[in-house]
Write a protein that binds this ligand. Structure first.
Ligand code: NDP
Length: 347
């Protein structure tokens, strides 16, 4: 069957495309320009005409996806801005919300073969930052970031603007689904991943073109011996839950095939880690996998008898385990493959 993947040239989407192609699906990816599509075609050359692309220049336009959804059996919607540089929060919110509404409407009106839509939301739509450590579940919603953006507008923190865009977009997806339930012939599955790390498979011509989450990982764990400017104390107290990009792609493939996940919101997470834990893993593996960077930042290593480490934000992932049975990579496996990728790219 044929799966449509939106924003196919993105970090996560390109791994979804590759995973689906490896499983024998035909994949149609949407991109914003012909050029981006051609680069993807080169990247997925070995799959021949099993990979196709379609140019959707503006996802916020109603009907933008009408051509793209024809003849597809399922959709993985990932296209959404991920950056901390927006001044007006609407730069993030509009494409996130309208892009989501637009693809759902196209699927409803012209996607006669569509049976399932998987929307990549985020743990950003779930969490809230409290003084006390907390474990969140699918019952939690980050309406706080939305309220903060309404209050502070352009002055809201960049991460708050992003979190608000993801909360509003996921709310819009469920609202559309609820309002059109009787006419809809497909299921909606929402996947909420935390920070996504791991090697890249999309087009990244230079290190500076790396997407936000992979760039942050590089900058703190490898890139600058100052650990991205974080103090030893910050390395021990900040960080978040994470998932390897390939496990997230696999989760989406599983979500395509699993009946019981229909109309569910599902948090996927390999666990929580402060940055120092990544530094410790990196320093133990670097001599083997990243010999060009033996001057990695070290911070202050965590000893086994060190009870100081607190994971502020954790997730209850029992629903994902029960419904999808995901196996998560370890930090060691993710670092190892990420370093091998850096080495191959000369970073
Ligand atoms: P990338 O920046 O690598 O990819 C984003 C994709 O969305 C690109 O294809 C990009 O196209 C497209 N896009 C961005 N803005 C627009 C817009 N205004 N109109 C149309 N398309 C647009 O990010 P990721 O792969 O990391 O993120 C993909 C999805 O996963 C997003 O929905 C994100 O919120 C979500 N997510 C990511 C996490 C992470 O840690 N990486 C964690 C949780 C969720 P173009 O290249 O043309 O700009």
């Amino acid at each position: 069957s044929t799966i449509l993947v939106t924003g196919a040239n993105g970090y996560i989407a390109a791994w979804i495309v590759r995973t689906l192609l490896d499983k024998g699906y035909i994949v149609k990816g949407t991109v914003r320009s012909e050029d981006k599509g051609k680069r993807l075609q080169e990247i997925f050359e070995k799959y021949g005409d099993k990979f196709k692309f379609v140019v959707v220049p503006d996802i916020t336009k109603e009907g933008a996806f009408d051509d793209a959804v024809k003849d597809v059996d399922a959709i993985a919607h990932t296209a959404s801005p991920v950056n901390f540089s927006a001044v007006d929060p609407q730069e993030l919110i509009q494409p996130a919300v309208r892009g989501t509404e637009s693809i759902l409407r196209s699927a409803l009106e012209v996607g006669s073969n569509v049976r399932r839509i998987i929307y990549t939301s985020s743990a950003a739509a779930v969490l809230r930052v409290d003084p006390e450590p907390r474990t969140f579940s699918e019952d939690d919603w980050n309406d706080l970031s939305v309220a903060e953006v309404e209050r502070d507008g352009k002055d809201a923190l960049p991460i708050t603007k992003y979190r608000a865009s993801k909360t509003l977009a996921e709310r819009a997806a469920w609202k559309f689904f609820g309002e059109n339930k009787d006419a809809i012939k497909w299921d909606l599955v929402v996947i909420n991943p935390p920070f996504v790390f791991g090697p890249v498979t999309h087009d990244v011509p230079t290190l500076s073109a790396l997407n936000l989450s992979a760039a942050q990982f590089y900058s703190i764990v490898v890139g600058h011996s100052d650990a991205g400017g974080k103090t030893p104390q910050e390395l021990r107290s900040t960080g978040t839950s994470w998932i390897d990009v390939r496990d997230l792609a696999e989760a989406q493939a599983l979500a395509l095939q699993t009946e019981s996940v229909a109309n569910e919101r599902v948090i996927v997470s390999a666990g929580a880690a402060v940055w120092q834990e990544w530094l410790d893993v990196a320093n133990s593996l670097a001599p083997i996998y990243l010999p060009s960077h033996l001057d990695l930042p070290k911070g202050v290593p965590i000893s086994k008898s060190d009870p100081q480490i607190i994971h502020q934000i954790q997730y209850n992932t029992s629903k994902a385990e029960r419904l999808l049975g995901i196996k998560y990579r370890t930090k060691e496996a993710t670092v190892q493959d990420t370093f091998a990728d850096y080495e191959a790219r000369g970073w």
